[in-house]
Design a protein around this ligand. Structure first.
Ligand code: DGL
Length: 266
């Protein structure tokens, strides 16, 4: 294919930037639309049927306006419930999702005590339970649903101050000591959380393996684009736009944060 692919990256907010930043390393010449459904943020507390309806309707508008070659649902809370509906509705468009990286955590853990840090929605999903049964039956898995961390990550990205105590209180239930063993792997099961990784490392009571699936998602995107016949031309520079469903104009601080990712609002 002689033109660059157009990739739509979707999240409830700015967390999907952690996935976008890995994809762009492999496909710097692609065209990107990054959509934050800030009018629906946060997704963590939405009821499942409402969230399916919400994401499907926002997606209908985005697909209609942008005709993407691929959609990356860079949100665990959405991916763990809406992917089948999206794939049914747009069977010609590949949808790449983001789901809790329980398999690599279970493989890497030596203590077999792992934690999954996600939104309340993600940790309550059957999808997450099934991943545990399938890949982590030999581990003791602690599910930690945080209602605050995604907001704290947004605040940080928007230049507002975030206090250590709030971050520490949300992540501390991940750290377990049982029968002389300690948690040694924590799955970052929300795309917002890698935005706080330096804080997590600094505030953790002991070092653990923080598992961020973004590089693996980017490799999956790369594989599917090649299967569709696209070739990356590292000489090209694509367009990269960020859109917000609220229609709000990002303030200068947020514009600067987006520019850091090569994204222009609008
Ligand atoms: N970034 C989203 C995720 O990966 C969720 C944040 C939210 O809207 O609650 O789950």
């Amino acid at each position: 294919m002689s033109r660059p692919p157009k990739i739509l990256v979707f999240d409830s907010g700015l967390g999907g930037l952690t996935v976008y930043s890995e994809i762009i390393k492999l496909w710097p010449g692609a065209d990107y639309v990054y959509c934050a459904d800030d009018a629906g943020f946060p997704y963590g507390g939405w009821k499942e049927p409402d969230l399916v309806a919400r994401v499907t309707s926002v997606m209908a508008q985005l697909v209609g306006e942008n005709a993407p070659d691929m959609v990356v649902v860079a949100c665990n809370t959405a991916s763990t419930i809406v992917l089948p509906a999206l794939r049914d509705r747009w069977p010609q468009t590949p949808f790449v999702g983001t789901v809790p990286a329980i398999k690599p955590a279970a493989e890497r853990s030596r203590s077999h005590l792992i934690s999954v840090l996600g939104t309340p929605g993600t940790v309550a999903r059957d999808y997450t339970q099934n991943l545990i049964l399938q890949f982590a039956a030999h581990c003791r898995v602690t599910l930690v649903g945080s209602s605050l961390l995604a907001q704290l990550a947004e605040a940080r990205m928007q230049g507002r101050s975030v206090c250590d105590e709030d971050i520490a209180a949300e992540m501390s239930p991940c750290f377990k000591e049982e029968d002389g063993a300690r948690t040694d792997a924590v799955v970052l099961a929300c795309t917002h959380y890698p935005l706080l990784i330096e804080d997590f490392r600094r505030l953790a009571p002991w070092p653990v393996d923080w598992i961020d699936p973004a590089p693996a998602i980017a490799r999956r995107v790369d594989q599917l684009l090649r299967e569709k016949g696209f070739e990356e031309s590292f000489a090209a520079t694509g367009q990269a736009r960020a859109v917000f469903t609220s229609g709000a104009r990002p303030d200068p601080q947020l514009r600067a944060a987006l520019a850091h990712y090569g994204l222009v609002a609008g």
